[in-house]
Ligand binder design. Structure first.
Ligand code: SF4
Ligand code: SF4
Length: 379
């Protein structure tokens, strides 16, 4: 830590951390500003990415964490296409979002996961074993419970237990994510001495809530970028996992049934599985081929996220097929494997990884609007 000016300190680790989290060669940046001009989402008052690159290079951590702009970027890669220094500013924005996620996270786990794939894989394996041990300790894997001729998932894993598990898991994840989101709010608003936000602004700027909510559901700001197909694929992905999450957490009574009739929940389950499978396969192929600008450089966490989603979808398909074929013992085993993949993925990705952006992005849009409005009042 170095004091560079009155009250301003530079942290030399910031730039190193952002580089390790995926920034490509941002030290090649010559500060020309072409990326900011190119970016369709960079507007007066919320300019990026050039300004943020300067903060990172100079190690101005406090400045960096007080800006919501990294969350306003949709990683389209238009700026990287134009950069004369090949500094990959789009990749820098992605890496900065990882860095900010790790700064908001008070447990310190997010930073460990982003800086070391061994840590992330180790945590996933450890959590998978915890889920397995829950089945073992609760006697669910007792062979005598599985010897019926017909598959009965509800006997093997009673819905009341799944409900209880959902509540414990959902409550823990919500606590972690919301406390991290509060730290984001603290860094962007409360700790920024250059602007004071009157309480009433949070209410009068209700439009911003609606705007932020619409952005969460549709990601429509992405349409300003050149790549419209990526927006569509992202929308399919989001609808896929929101659908499956709702079925498993809220509508488990109608989703986890032992008969093989088709109803609306099974059709929605098919849609969600197809969406997850299509988008994860396409994204992995594009990353492997480095087809699009945004997929030229992949961080280990990008691959892990896609692989986990893919395995969750495929194990779900195997479970469904095995249930339709009335293979009792294989169905129970696949069920446990499915939970051992999906559970750890949620625990790592929701509060500490990529999925946290589903809360951080709309919150950043809202806070940036409130903050800009506060500045006009003060001035
Ligand atoms: S990242 Fe590239 S385009 Fe942006 S300011 Fe630096 S050199 Fe210019
Ligand atoms: S990746 Fe796209 S949205 Fe993000 S800063 Fe670059 S041009 Fe803007």
């Amino acid at each position: 830590m170095v004091t560079v000016n009155q009250g301003v300190t530079a942290n030399t680790e910031v730039f190193e951390d952002i580089k390790k989290m995926g920034a490509f060669d941002v030290s090649a940046c010559m500060n020309c500003g072409l990326c900011t001009v190119t970016c369709p989402l960079s507007i007066s008052g919320n300019e990026f990415p050039r300004k943020l690159i300067r903060y990172a290079v100079l190690g101005l951590d406090e400045k960096l964490v007080s800006h919501p702009e990294p969350w306003l970027c949709y990683y389209c890669g238009d700026c990287s296409d134009q950069c004369p220094s090949e500094a990959e500013p789009g990749e820098f924005m992605m890496a900065t979002r990882r860095y900010l996620t790790s700064r908001y996270d008070w447990t310190g786990l997010s930073k460990r996961f982003y800086l070391s794939e061994k840590w992330e894989i180790g945590a996933l394996v450890a959590l998978a074993l915890v889920f397995l041990s829950i089945f073992v300790v609760s006697n669910l894997l007792d062979i005598s419970r599985m010897q019926g001729d017909n598959v009965s998932i509800d006997t093997f894993a009673p819905i009341e237990w799944i409900h209880l598990g959902d509540i414990i898991l959902g409550g823990t994840l919500a606590f972690l994510l919301l406390t991290n989101a509060f730290r984001m709010y603290y860094f962007i608003i409360l700790n920024d001495k250059s602007v004071k936000v009157p309480i009433k602004l949070y209410f009068t700027e209700i439009k911003a809530y609606i705007f932020a909510g619409l952005s969460l559901v549709t990601q429509y700001r992405w349409l300003s970028c050149d790549s419209k197909s990526r927006w569509l694929k992202h929308l399919i992905l989001v609808t896929g996992y929101v659908t499956i999450f709702s079925l498993v957490v809220v509508f488990i009574d109608t989703f986890q049934v032992d008969d093989t009739r088709w109803d609306i929940s099974s059709l929605l389950g098919y849609y969600a599985t197809a969406a997850l499978l299509f988008v994860t396969l396409e994204a992995m192929w594009s990353r492997y081929k480095k087809k699009e600008q945004m997929h030229k450089h992949s961080h280990a966490s990008d691959w892990l996220f896609l692989i986990l989603l893919f395995l969750t979808a495929t194990s779900g398909i195997f479970l469904h097929l095995s249930r339709l074929m009335n293979l009792a013992y294989p169905s129970y085993i696949i069920y446990v494997i499915h939970i051992m993949i999906a559970g750890p993925m949620l625990i790592i990705e929701v509060p500490f990884g990529k999925w946290s952006h589903m809360l951080y992005r709309p919150l950043a849009i809202y806070l940036s609007m409130v903050k800009e409005k506060a500045k006009t009042i003060v001035n």
